[in-house]
Write a protein that binds this ligand. Structure first.
Ligand code: HEC
Ligand code: HEC
Length: 412
């Protein structure tokens, strides 16, 4: 069985298992129907077409360079239910465009009906994280991460691809005329181009291109707009008295960010005092964060700092979706943690011994909380939900061969 969480030390073992899946029945992957139009040759990818001043280029692994054709292939795969074991679920089943690629639930539901352990994350600007998911430093690339939803079988099956159905999954892709042309064209170096290695690479390329740079915050930074007085006060709180910037820092609003120019990769994790089940800091099972992969006691309840971009679209909040609204998140910080008075989860998170001491310094009046909320709303990029480049290609295409979306669509 392929497990979600292995100790960080042993994580190499997890990746050693995956190559097993990379091979598959791909006998006629190269049989292209000559009647179909041929695909555009992969052109070079120009980040400056997507990124205004102030946004660094994301890091791209040398063995998976970006191209428009690869991005579009990844986009198709992302929305394709045939990629799950039983054919019922796509990546997009838990990552909806209109919710900035989160799912609006506290826990996601997988292809076999199981609940995931944690809340599905937004994928917008995901290229800028030094490691992925709520708390796993071993998942240091989008290529690696994509294997988790595809293959992992413990603590919540997602796509449910396994030994028994992996050949069938690839066979489904081989039946599609678009894939039969697109895979060999995007991955000419593979003798059998439809395989899980190329699937994962194309998915990663699509996600690297899921960029959000057009929030009100960005427009104000670029001098195109002004904040309202309440937003302006909220900004001052965010970068000052409210301490938020100490962790939600930089253009990515996360201290866990990295890019093509990063020399040092910082991966910091913090406990924000959500739980204290035993009076000694315990978080609930499967919700314990970094300690699940790096078993030092002090890692209890520590999670990666999530970006705050598009935060108004991604409720409910925190790793387990246990905080319903942004008002409640701000109240949580103002209280210096969360006290749960009754039930299985009872305990005073404010007294969690592993809680980041910064939280004790956050003290906001009701009016200040309102201002901070107004500022958080300026981080929403209204183009994300509707940007045609990121949308489901299967809804609009009859042939699956429409490569007409141009880079200009991005700013629509
Ligand atoms: C059943 C729902 C479900 C499906 C299907 C699913 N995901 Fe997710 N996704 C999640 C959950 C839940 C998390 C948080 C995982 C965690 O921290 O344990 C997540 C996290 C992620 C992350 C990490 C984001 C970050 O901020 O670090 C990426 C990237 C991602 N998913 C990509 C994909 C891709 C690619 C696919 C398709 C191959 C996919 N997901 C399919 C539920 C899903
Ligand atoms: C000590 C570091 C730290 C500070 C300071 C901090 N945060 Fe966070 N924030 C985190 C971490 C870590 C999480 C994820 C915690 C979890 O899921 O258990 C988080 C989660 C959030 C979330 C939910 C994100 C999501 O995707 O669910 C919001 C919203 C948020 N913080 C806003 C703020 C605001 C506003 C401030 C200032 C008042 C602030 N944070 C201060 C570390 C911090």
């Amino acid at each position: 069985m392929i497990r979600r969480v292995l100790s960080f030390k042993n994580s190499a073992a997890l990746w050693a298992v995956f190559p097993f899946f990379m091979l598959g029945g791909c006998s006629d992957a190269n049989s292209v129907d000559s009647a179909k139009p041929s695909l555009p040759v992969a052109e070079t990818w120009d980040w400056s077409a997507y990124l205004p001043m102030g946004f660094p280029e994301p890091f791209v692994p040398a063995d998976n360079p970006m191209s428009e054709a690869k991005f579009q292939l990844g986009r198709h795969l992302f929305y394709d239910k045939r990629l799950s074991g039983n054919g019922t679920q796509a990546c997009a089943s838990c990552h909806f465009q209109h919710l900035a690629f989160s799912d609006g639930r506290s826990k996601a539901v997988g292809s076999t009906g199981e609940l995931t352990a944690r809340s599905a994350q937004s994928l917008v600007n995901v290229a800028y994280y030094a490691s992925l998911t709520w708390a796993n430093p071993a998942l240091s690339s989008l290529e690696r991460q994509a294997m988790v939803p595809l293959f992992v079988e413990d603590v919540g099956v997602e796509m449910g691809v396994n030994e028994n159905n992996k050949t069938q999954v690839l066979a489904r892709l081989q039946e599609d005329a678009y894939y039969v042309q697109a895979f060999p064209s995007v991955f000419p170096d593979y003798p059998q181009a439809i395989n899980f290695d190329t699937v994962v690479k194309a998915l990663a390329a699509f996600q690297r291109g899921l960029l959000s740079v057009n929030s009100k915050f960005d427009r104000v930074e670029r001098g195109e707009e002004l904040f309202s007085p309440t937003e302006q006060r909220g900004k001052q709180l965010f970068y000052g008295k409210a301490q938020c910037v100490q962790c939600h820092s930089g253009f990515h609003f996360s201290n866990h960010s990295f890019n093509a120019n990063s020399h040092r990769v910082k991966r910091s994790y913090h406990n924000t005092g959500l739980y204290n089940l035993d009076g000694q800091g315990a978080y609930p099972e499967h919700q314990q964060g970094l300690i699940e992969v790096m078993p030092q006691k002090s890692n209890m309840g520590k999670f990666r700092v999530p970006t705050l971009r598009n935060i108004a679209l991604t409720a409910p909040y925190m790793h387990d979706g246990s905080v319903a609204t942004l008002e409640e998140v701000i109240a949580h910080y103002t209280a210096g943690g969360r006290e749960i008075s009754a039930g299985k989860l009872a305990g005073d998170g404010r007294e969690n011994p592993f809680k980041d001491p910064l939280l004790n310094r956050i003290d906001l009046t009701a009016a200040e909380q309102q201002d901070l909320l107004a500022f958080l709303h300026t981080l929403t990029d209204p183009t994300i939900a509707t940007n045609a480049r990121f949308s489901n290609p299967f809804q609009t295409e009859t042939t699956h061969l429409d490569f007409t979306s141009s880079k200009a669509d991005f700013y629509e």
